[in-house]
Design a protein around this ligand. Structure first.
Ligand SMILES: Cc1ncc(COP(=O)(O)O)c(C=O)c1O
Length: 394
């Protein structure tokens, strides 16, 4: 039967089924829905049925999830639209009114805001504790504590949480441990192998690695993911298929990027520590770092100690601004984990959210500069930093 032009055009340009076989790279499936053959096809993909609706399940998210489950040694992974989506999904799916959680106070600022501004509205109580002090964590536990939440390498002073010690406390109290392992990456440390129940990442950082996508992931046992998944579906914070495809592409070069970036961080930390303008360098590779030995014990140091480092200049706003202005290669940027080296000024990033006293208590001094080390030639990075330090005297 012949159709009219405007009908016919809607059915043009489709590749006949079965003609494409074994492409070297996976296809992108942006389709928001799939044509079903039979009534029984209307099943959830994870129940063994076919894909039928993008928010429910999508091949690109599933492919990426399988790769991340492999890297993190978990059973299942949910792929979310951002790191914050992953964090919100975990907390809102596992907690209910009347529950209490113990959260590290040295974590991503917006996770703290979520805990302070959003969770209380749902009747969830939060106690912040210093997770590098096991006694403080134990003291914070209450009869209604359901969850511990921490990062491994704390931002920006790079203090390290001894996860096995923390998860031993959690287990003794029947509490789940959730780890945001964004800074560490699964190459350096895999929290699920050390007692954590859930590991999550902002994939915007090292998984994506090129500062061109936003995403997050949650990895755990099948039982826990099956508990989280219904809320995940209802919150609707799934990653779009194109970004999932881009992230999987980036995951294939992630070990090379992370190794190069982490090795550069070691060399930069050493060079900065030797410069008289620098009062302190915070990177776990340095023997002077308070958690250097712990890092050696915990991390696969063949990959390094992470690519985030901070250093302290004189607490003089003008001088720090002068240093920043003189950097030629390294850019001022509000993200991290990209292939190019960037820096931030943590105090400025939080000056609107916290009082001066709170910022001091958090270690965010005026002179503190944080670098996300990239994969450039380390000699160029060190030369850029040293010339900008020297320019502070001019
Ligand atoms: C450690 C950490 N966790 C979570 C996030 C939030 O990730 P996103 O920006 O992808 O929501 C960030 C962002 O900087 C982060 O640094």
């Amino acid at each position: 039967m012949a159709y009219n032009l405007d009908t016919e055009v809607l059915y043009q340009g489709t590749t006949p089924q079965g003609i494409i076989k074994n492409p070297e790279t996976p296809a992108i499936y942006p389709s928001s829905a799939y044509i079903l053959d039979d009534m029984d096809d209307y099943l959830f993909a994870d129940k063994g049925g076919r894909y039928y609706y993008n928010r429910t399940a999508n091949p690109n998210r599933d492919e990426l999830g399988a790769a991340i489950s492999f890297l993190e040694k978990g059973e299942k992974t949910l792929i979310c639209s951002s790191g914050m989506a992953a964090i919100s999904t975990v907390l809102l799916s596992l907690l209910k009114s009347g529950d209490h959680i113990v959260m590290s106070k040295a974590i991503y600022g917006e996770t703290i805001e979520l805990a302070e501004w959003v969770l209380p509205g749902f009747g969830i109580e939060v106690t912040f504790a210093d997770f590098t002090d096991l006694e403080a964590v134990k003291q914070a536990v209450k009869p209604n504590t359901k969850l511990f939440y921490t990062e491994i390498i704390a931002n920006p002073l790079t203090l390290i949480t001894d996860l096995e010690a923390v998860t031993a406390v959690a287990r003794a109290h029947g509490v789940l441990t959730v780890v945001d392992s964004t800074f560490t990456t699964p190459f350096v440390y895999r929290p699920l192998e050390h007692g954590a129940d859930i590991v999550l990442h902002s994939m915007t950082k090292y998984f994506g690695g090129h500062s061109d996508l936003t995403g997050g992931c949650i990895t755990a046992s099948a039982a826990l993911i099956d508990k989280i998944n219904p809320t995940f579906l209802l919150l609707g914070c799934c990653l779009d298929p194109v970004s999932a495809w881009m992230t999987l592409r980036s995951v294939k070069t992630m070990s090379m990027r992370v190794r190069a970036q982490n090795q550069n961080a070691i060399l930069i930390a050493k060079a900065l520590a030797a410069d008289p303008h620098v009062k302190a360098v915070y990177h776990p590779s340095l023997p002077t770092h308070p958690h250097h030995e712990l890092a050696e014990r915990m991390f696969d140091t063949d990959y390094g100690y992470g690519a985030m480092l901070s250093f302290r200049l004189e607490d003089d706003h003008e001088k720090v601004a002068k240093f920043m202005k003189h950097l030629k290669l390294i850019c001022y940027l509000g993200t991290l984990g990209g292939i190019r080296t960037t820096f931030t000024h943590p105090r400025t990033a939080f000056v609107n959210n916290f009082s001066a006293e709170e910022l001091d208590k958090m270690g965010l001094a005026e002179g503190l500069v944080r670098i996300s080390v990239g994969a450039e030639d380390s000699r160029d990075l060190i030369a850029d930093l040293l010339q900008a330090l020297a320019a502070m005297d001019a």
